[in-house]
Design a protein around this ligand. Structure first.
Ligand code: AMP
Length: 422
């Protein structure tokens, strides 16, 4: 073993697990196409001020979780993206996408970087799939985005997920609520835990997310956001809920759900999965109408989106036993050499098979026939093709079906015809 280790909070994904990733990504992409979401890929790093501006300087992400560096002393500070929405909106505005169509539906599967304390379900490099619908955030648009997310979960077979949903009201409602929370929590300042005390001044809404037992008791008596949401915003929210009902998407209204990022307004939502343990949030999202202007757009751009952690999604499908039928596909043919001297001939055969679109493998380590047969079975190959000096002379090979154990002698043309039909 080498003394080099993967960096804390990162992990390798080996071929057995890549099969699962490809399956999940396949479902994400297939469902995206059903809804007309198109994939976007943006750079892994952006200028730091993009995140400061969009996510909000008082959030944990910007405050302490960003990997930030300066390529050289005179260049602008750069940050590894801690989330996707800011980069997607930046790309959208930079290209002037708003002028080509009123509404754009984008999705991504991308790696993100946050300097959090690594633990189960929390890494420093992790992957999210998500969607951003830019140009509309009316109730049908919100319902469209939530439906896409829930459709992915449904197609994966996930059960018992809890979709919590709330309305944050418009930006003014939220501002009034923030002031009310400050006034409520201030007398309890000394009883709050350290992070909550810090949030009291800068972002009191975040205290509502606290898991600290005493803070939770105090939170129980806090004013509710619903009391500050005016009837217009409430009516819009009711329409969103109506659409979810129509699509048979179960949800629970949660007046304490606020989400950590500054740019959310109106509908916000989160999905929880019990099997995930302490880090039980699978994903979440909401409306962020104010972001485009925040990033310098002269035009208002209503928008709504979500992000789901892929590692947690994988953990959830694994824990619910939804991956049993998923195995790496072995080759159609494993060429078994009776004599190591025939390796060139075997390479030629593999070449002919592959040119005909038939997956083929052979031993490259000069192992015994017995070891080669073991390997053929281990890879999950469907056929073994025996190559000995007699076979080479006659041009006729033994083709064994490894599931039925039946064997026939065939020349290469017949083999190509037979296996090419698969
Ligand atoms: P957020 O962007 O913080 O709303 O996170 C959305 C989802 O991304 C979460 O519900 C998690 O599934 C996932 N996620 C966030 N942070 C991490 C992390 N550090 N490690 C793994 N997954 C994460």
């Amino acid at each position: 073993m080498t003394h080099y280790r993967a960096v804390k909070g990162t992990r390798d994904i080996f071929p057995e697990e890549v099969v699962i990733w490809q399956y999940l990504e396949g479902v994400v992409r297939r469902v995206a196409s059903l809804y007309g979401f198109h994939e976007i890929r943006t750079p892994v790093f952006e200028y730091t001020d993009l995140f400061q501006r969009s996510i909000g300087a008082t959030t944990d992400i910007v405050g302490k979780e960003m990997f930030t560096f300066q390529p050289d002393p005179r260049s602008r500070s750069i940050t590894l993206r801690p989330e996707m929405t800011a980069g997607v909106m930046r790309a959208f505005l930079q290209k002037g996408m708003a002028s080509s169509a009123p509404v754009h539906k984008l999705f991504y599967i991308s790696d993100l970087f946050r300097k959090e304390r690594p633990q189960a379900g929390r890494q420093r490099q992790f992957c999210q799939f998500g969607a951003e619908l830019i140009g509309a955030s009316s109730p049908p648009a919100v319902a469209e985005v939530i439906s896409y997310m829930m459709h992915v979960f449904r197609d994966l077979g996930l059960k018992g997920l809890k979709l919590r949903i709330n309305t944050l009201g418009d930006l003014e409602d939220r501002h009034r609520y923030r002031e009310a929370l400050k006034a409520y929590f201030s007398p309890y300042r000394d009883e709050l835990d350290e992070p909550s005390r810090e949030r009291l001044e800068k972002n009191p809404l975040r205290i509502l997310d606290s898991k600290h037992p005493r803070v939770r008791e105090i939170v129980a008596g806090a004013p509710l956001l619903t009391e500050y949401v005016r009837p217009e915003a409430r009516a819009e929210f009711e329409r969103v809920l109506g659409y979810l009902d129509e699509r048979s998407i179960d949800f629970v209204e949660d007046p304490l759900l606020v989400r950590g990022l500054d740019y959310y307004c109106h509908t916000a939502f989160e999905v929880q999965c019990d099997e995930l343990g302490a880090q039980d949030a699978l994903g979440g999202g909401g409306r962020y109408d104010g972001l485009a202007r925040e990033l310098g757009s002269r035009q208002d751009l209503p928008a709504v989106g979500f992000a789901v952690g892929m590692e947690r999604l994988l953990m959830a499908v694994e824990k619910q036993g939804l991956l049993s039928s998923l195995t790496a596909l072995g080759p159609e043919v494993y060429v078994v050499l009776q004599d190591a001297a025939l390796v060139d001939h075997a390479l030629g055969l593999c070449g002919r098979l592959r040119d005909a679109g038939i997956t083929a493998e052979m031993d490259l380590a000069g192992r015994s026939m017995k070891a080669q047969m073991r390997e053929a079975n281990k890879t999950g190959a469907r056929h073994a093709l025996f190559v000995g000096s007699e076979e080479v002379q006659k041009g006729v090979y033994g083709l064994k079906n490894l599931s039925s154990s039946s064997q026939e002698s065939l020349d290469l043309e017949a083999i190509l015809r037979q296996l090419g039909n698969h």
